[in-house]
Design a protein around this ligand. Structure first.
Ligand code: ADP
Ligand code: MG
Length: 322
């Protein structure tokens, strides 16, 4: 579904596309696949504390932890205080304990050393999993490895964009190793990791300042400003209403292959429109001077008229065969 006709024309001139990682390149269905603890607290207790805290968060990593706790059928604990910091993590109070969950920056912000978890975390990231740290009462407690598979069609769709001469870049709040793994898996050329939400916007503005036409593909609420700033914004998958409102070109039932198809189709459509104009003018430009010289047989003249419409139709039909 294409909201804006102009964006079809712009889509043919894109020379760089910026991708969000989570839910765009990946399926957005994360699972806890690994758990490593460094604490006297038992595994079930730690997971119960984590789930009670993350139950208050909308973040996709939070959902993975809550689901994991359900699978392990750990006790349900009450959370009495909750605070969430975008791009970092959360802080919560559960059974009088202060629980911190989030990335490395979040632990650094709170002056929690995670030295005992780093090796394991780095191991997870090398496998494309997102390491999520947890601390209880200011002490490193555990690290979760959370995996989110790359979408099946991503690799092929991205290769086709490269065939069209389009550069690709992935921007994510995730760690570098995790991001690099996923990018390599789908063939994305450049990666910006540890990006804060407004950095996506800055990157798009920077490309535009260099005179480039930028496409942005994303789905999250924090992608909305970047989707709006791009020359063409593609909101894919379960794109939130906010994202859809601000995107010039919206794809409802989405995956990346739909974006590639749209760009390929736009390119074909525009070139057929140009060819049609050429042929329509072409016949008339040749036929009119000949007619003016009085040398055009009326039969030939009407045949030329008919031919010009026929070639326009035949040419356009090629599009619908795709
Ligand atoms: P992106 O959407 O690009 O993956 P976000 O800005 O949503 O980035 O998140 C960046 C990082 O912040 C996540 O990869 C994660 O490490 C951390 N984070 C944010 N919220 C939470 C949360 N509720 N639980 C655990 N980690 C979180
Ligand atoms: Mg996101």
């Amino acid at each position: 579904y294409i909201r804006n006709g102009e964006s079809l024309e712009v889509a043919t001139r894109l020379n760089v596309i910026v991708f969000d990682k989570t839910g765009t390149i990946t399926e957005g269905k994360p699972n806890v696949t690994d758990f490593f603890k460094k604490s006297r607290l038992g595994k079930n207790k730690i997971i119960a504390l984590a789930a009670a805290a993350e139950n208050n968060s909308e973040h996709f990593l939070a959902r993975a932890i809550v689901n994991y706790a359900k699978q392990q059928s750990v006790d349900h604990l009450e959370c009495s205080h909750f605070y969430s910091r975008t791009g970092r993590g959360i802080e919560a109070e559960v059974e009088g304990k202060k629980v911190l969950i989030g990335n490395r920056f979040w632990m650094d912000d709170q002056n929690v050393s995670v030295n005992g978890l780093l090796d394991e975390a780095s191991h997870f990231a090398e496998q494309g999993k997102t390491p999520v740290y947890m601390a209880v009462n200011g002490k490193e407690t555990a690290v979760f490895g959370i995996a989110d598979k790359a979408r099946e069609e991503a690799r092929n769709s991205i290769a086709r964009l490269h065939d069209l001469g389009i550069e690709t870049l992935m921007v994510t709040g995730d760690t570098e190793k995790t991001a690099n793994y996923i990018a390599a898996k789908v063939g994305i050329e450049q990666v910006v990791a540890n990006a804060k939400p407004d950095e996506k916007l800055e990157i798009i503005r920077k490309f535009q300042a260099e005179g480039r036409q930028v496409g942005m593909i994303g789905d999250g609420i924090n992608d909305a400003p970047a989707l709006a700033a791009a020359n063409v914004g593609f909101a894919i998958g379960s794109g939130t209403d906010v994202a859809i409102e601000s995107a010039d070109l919206t794809l409802v039932q989405g995956d990346i292959s739909k974006v590639t198809e749209t760009i390929e189709l736009s390119t074909d459509t525009i070139s057929v429109i140009k060819q049609n104009l050429f042929w329509a003018f072409g016949y008339n430009t040749i036929a009119i001077p000949v007619a003016a010289l009085g040398k055009l047989n009326p039969m030939v003249a009407s045949a030329a008229m008919a031919l010009s419409s026929v070639s326009v139709i035949v040419n356009s039909l090629r599009l619908s065969k795709k």
